[in-house]
Ligand binder design. Structure first.
Ligand code: FAD
Length: 461
């Protein structure tokens, strides 16, 4: 089928106002928050599951790639149309369909913005725990696609721990429902397989999510350190004590400086690192736990601990963390976010090695990350228009992921594989592992139309 016939076929399914095909639109949908670039043939904005199914069935018949897209904020090239095809932008499917308090679930369409869901649930005294720092923009469909994490995932778990059910359009346009509101589901855990599959196994059109009561009390502290090792050691010591804070985030001096120039969160410019430690839960016992954390911080060389006295101060401390990526992006034309995970006891050692990588390649690298999970996010600053700098940034990123893998960690904590980390997959998986993954993909998408070329490296020829 030629491009114009494809566009005509899609217009019949979703209406001509919901099909984009101008050169400018194709350019706009050719990138995401990664450094990758591609070009779709056409973009559709379906308004219902049936329309998604119609689009996928047409693509299946014509063997045209389908790339599901939420807000395109993923950092690994997951929505880059590397082989052209149809971008299915799910932004029109943005309804919260049901809030079921007795069963503690919410049912949503994929285009719901994560923070909008949080805001709606807050009115009922409930919350949806996964809170990626991009939540102002990211969609629940994209969060499910990437199995996203966030500051609160240390205590509450990542997206997969909160998805109870999903309606999914499969490769040929058939519609299946996985999981549901009941607590246990027999049969294969296809829902587990789907979450984090980056749009390579199906297009999610509805999700049933777990919701939790908002905590009775919250206490937020900023622990300030003169050495990054001391901050890293504090993280392991708190968890070893049996305390699981709601969040345990770390920022180094490079990031704090950038934040202060943009957000003015009041971070100390002469410190080496800060930890944002937040406790939540019952008011009873919280002060005792905070006291124990203060002792642990002191035993690990903390310089000062600030405690937020009210919501305004708490919001100020968080504004810096949440605006950190944006603040860093003001310093150079481009930044690359590495996303590796290490056992938290190895954090100080690995952070030092990241510093050495920056020196080796003459690149500024800032660190802002989910320290409690051992999930590092070294932000490499560079100018992608300068070929030498681009090559250095790519090499530095690869080396950092290798360091993470060698420290007993892995090459992604939450940002997925997409196209950017295909090469590094072999640091943690064998050819036999890849073969098993390829067989799963082939069983669920035999014509290889669902986000082809992502997540699993191509088979050796
Ligand atoms: C400043 C910044 C901060 C960030 N902070 C975090 C963070 O703290 N934690 C974190 O985990 N990530 C973070 N991210 C990465 C990103 O925001 C997340 O991966 C997010 O979940 C992507 O959502 P999205 O709607 O933009 O999805 P997209 O980027 O549009 O899509 C992501 C993937 O999901 C697939 N997909 C999208 N919708 C569907 C669907 N309906 N069905 C099937 N597949 C689908 C896509 O094909 C793609 O592979 C950050 C990104 C930025 C730019």
């Amino acid at each position: 089928m030629d491009r114009m016939s494809l566009i005509g076929g899609l217009e019949e399914i979703v209406g001509s106002s919901n099909v984009l095909h101008s050169p400018m639109d194709m350019t706009l949908y050719g990138y995401d928050a990664s450094l990758g670039r591609g070009m779709p043939d056409v973009v559709v904005l379906p308004g219902s599951t049936e329309e998604v199914a119609g689009v996928v069935a047409l693509a299946h018949g014509e063997k045209v790639p389908i790339i599901a897209r939420g807000s395109g904020t993923n950092l690994s090239g997951g929505t880059i149309p590397i082989r052209g095809g149809i971008v299915v932008h799910l932004s029109r499917m943005n309804r919260i369909l049901e809030i079921d308090i007795p069963n503690r679930t919410v049912t949503v369409e994929p285009g719901v913005i994560t923070l909008d869901l949080q805001g709606r649930l807050l009115k009922e005294g409930f919350t949806y725990a996964p809170d990626p720092a991009s939540q102002k923009v990211s969609t629940i469909g994209g969060n499910v696609g990437e199995n996203s994490g966030g500051p609160h995932c240390l205590k509450y778990g990542v997206t997969t721990n909160h998805v109870l059910g999903a309606e999914v359009v499969l490769h040929d346009g058939s519609i299946v429902c996985l999981g549901g509101k009941s607590q246990d589901n027999p049969g294969y855990d296809l829902l587990g397989l789907l979450v984090g599959s980056e749009g390579t196994l199906g297009v999610v059109t509805k999700m049933i999510l777990r919701i939790l009561r908002t905590p009775e009390a919250v206490k937020t502290m900023l622990a300030i350190y003169d050495s990054i090792e001391d901050a890293g050691n504090t993280v392991s010591a708190i968890i070893a004590e049996g305390i699981i804070p709601a969040t345990l985030e770390m920022m180094d001096h490079v990031v704090m400086r950038a934040v202060e120039e943009s957000v003015h969160a009041g971070y100390p410019l002469d410190a080496a690192a800060v930890l944002i430690i937040e406790l939540d839960g019952l008011r009873d016992g919280m002060e005792r736990q905070a006291g124990r954390i203060r002792e642990i911080c002191k035993a690990n060389g903390v310089r000062e601990i600030q405690v937020a006295r009210d919501d305004k101060e708490r919001a100020r401390l968080w504004a810096g963390r949440k605006g950190a990526f944006g603040a860093m992006s003001r310093l150079r034309p481009s930044y690359m976010v590495c996303d590796g995970t290490v056992p938290r006891t190895r954090l100080p050692e690995v952070l030092n090695k990241v510093l050495e990588v920056g020196e080796k390649y003459d690149l500024v690298i800032g660190n802002v990350f989910h320290a409690g999970d051992g999930n590092l996010h070294p932000l490499i600053l560079f100018d992608e228009r300068d070929e030498k700098e681009l090559a250095a940034a790519n090499a530095a990123s690869s080396e950092i992921l290798k360091i993470c893998a060698e420290a007993g960690g892995t090459i992604s904590g939450e940002h997925g594989i997409g196209i950017e980390k295909l090469e590094e997959m072999s640091l943690i998986f064998s050819e036999a592992d890849f073969d098993a993954m390829r067989r799963v993909k082939h069983a669920l998408d035999p014509r290889d139309i669902l986000n082809p070329g992502k997540v699993i490296p191509a088979a050796p020829s």
